[in-house]
Ligand binder design. Structure first.
Ligand code: EPZ
Length: 438
């Protein structure tokens, strides 16, 4: 398994460009299954999860052309398989996003039930209860979810009240409802920017979705959807990760091709902690890391609250802030796996259940550490950038799932980071890098 070697202590300086959002690209790719016509998606991030989603689409019978690295032309004209197998789902939970489109267009779907993961049990009960509200019959069979629409093969519009805000649950039901009879209303829906991005694509395909981005979404079902062309929004979590990279190294970064408005809660919190952040224009931020960072408590929440996907990176920053900060994780029940690895680097953190307290300023020292999940690995990279000496991060395949060439982007702004390859012959599906764009 590839590793990163980082020599810390260098302030980052320069410009970095943000890639497309993985957590918008995945549902937008799944949405192509709703129509036999071609859906063209631009600004796709070149990361492992996109490759897995492409494989899923090709396995069920879609064709995916790549006129250029970050553009896919997806045509689901001849779907022969209505299932997402365990082999794929176990590598990427987001494969469950195939359920809604397959069920809506073909009246049947079989998707392996995703197990838990490092950050929590992550059930999909709210997805399944929602499909039942739209008239589907849903049962579990040998580890698979098997869903069927009523006899005429078409779902029925209905009212879905989510007991808890769920991002992929909202996306699955929104896609399923586009081809149902009549109107569907989703209550307590997720409000993440990626939901509005998916709705924009669906409406370009001829759907009638209103209210995406708010907690109540209405969808008028239509008989069929057509093709469309769409550019994926920038990745707000990658943006946040680079803001913290600039701040924690006391550097100066210009972050381009981002969308500051999608990170309002994070930006406000970082300003509270003393990070100098300026919006140069609607797609560019500048960050200047000050010597004096101040501890500031945070609680993660669904959007527009502080994103759980930035919690680990924020914890790394708080090790360099004066005073004690309390971090409360409310979205996932087991999202402090990075704490023990940061402690190995000398961080003073105490965690108990969903609450962690961080004592700063602490001098971190390089050490061998292990990444446990996507965002935990990002926090270890950030800690390694400020630590004295050498940090070796193992299992960086986690970070490859959601960050495009993070080590090349960091090196281009002055970081001393390199990838230690498992073996020179391994292809990208394991490690390789696309042509340089920084
Ligand atoms: C999405 O996961 C993102 N993944 C996650 O990003 C992100 O952390 C999460 O939303 C929250 O923002 C993708 O979009 C592919 P949820 P999702 O359903 O949709 C519980 C990353 O780092 N729940 O909003 O799976 C669940 O257990 C990843 O990029 C149920 O109980 O998250 C959790 O506690 C990690 N039943 C909470 O709701 C359900 O049916 C929120 O989960 C569904 C969810």
């Amino acid at each position: 398994m590839d590793k990163f070697r980082i020599i810390g202590g260098l302030p980052l300086k320069g410009r970095v460009s943000i890639s497309g959002a993985k957590i918008s690209a995945l549902p937008c790719m799944a949405a192509a299954v709703l129509t036999p016509e071609t859906v063209t998606l631009h600004n796709l991030p070149y990361v492992r999860d996109i490759i897995t989603q492409r494989r899923l689409l090709e396995d069920i019978g879609a064709t995916v052309l790549t006129p250029e690295l970050r553009t896919h032309k997806i045509a689901a004209a001849h779907i022969e398989l209505f299932e997402a197998p365990y082999e794929l789902v176990k590598t990427m939970r987001a494969s469950v996003l195939a359920l809604g489109p397959l069920l809506a267009r073909f009246g049947k779907a079989k998707v392996s039930l995703p197990g838990g993961c490092a950050i929590g049990t992550r059930p999909i009960d709210l997805h399944l209860a929602g499909f039942e509200k739209l008239g589907a019959e849903v049962r579990l069979e040998a580890g698979n979810v098997v869903a069927r629409a009523p006899k005429d093969g078409r779902l029925r519009g209905g009212e879905v009240h989510f007991g808890k805000v769920t991002v992929t649950g909202t996306e699955n039901l929104m896609m399923a409802a586009t081809l149902a009879w009549g109107r569907t209303t989703l209550y307590n829906a997720a409000r993440e920017p990626e939901i509005a991005d998916l709705a924009e694509l669906l409406n370009k395909m001829g759907a009638r979705v209103r209210g995406a981005g708010s907690s109540t979404i209405q969808i008028e079902g239509v008989a069929a959807l057509g093709g469309a062309e769409h550019t994926i929004i920038p990745d707000r979590i990658e943006t946040g990760t680079f803001i913290i990279a600039g701040a924690i190294t006391r550097g100066e970064l210009e972050i381009k091709d981002c969308r500051p408005e999608h990170s309002a809660a994070l930006i406000a919190k970082l300003r509270d902690a003393g990070v100098e952040l300026q919006e140069l224009n609607p797609s560019t931020l500048s960050v200047v890391g000050n010597l004096k960072l101040t501890a500031s408590d945070v609680t993660t929440e669904p959007h527009p609250g502080f994103p759980t996907d930035m919690q680990a990176q924020y914890m790394a920053l708080m090790t360099q802030a004066g005073g004690q900060s309390t971090i409360i994780e409310t979205v996932f029940e087991n999202r402090f796996m990075h704490t023990s690895e940061l402690q190995r680097m000398g961080a003073r953190i105490h965690s108990d259940g969903s609450r962690a307290t961080v004592q700063g300023v602490t001098k971190l020292t390089g050490a061998p550490v292990i990444a446990s999940d996507l965002r935990a690995s990002a926090s270890l990279v950030l800690a390694g950038l400020v630590a004295e000496g050498e940090t070796i991060i193992d299992r960086v395949y986690h970070i490859d799932r959601g960050y495009e060439k993070i080590e090349a982007k960091l090196r281009a702004v002055g970081a001393n980071i390199e990838r230690i390859r498992e073996s020179v012959t391994a292809p990208l599906s394991q490690t390789a890098e696309p042509a340089a764009i920084v």
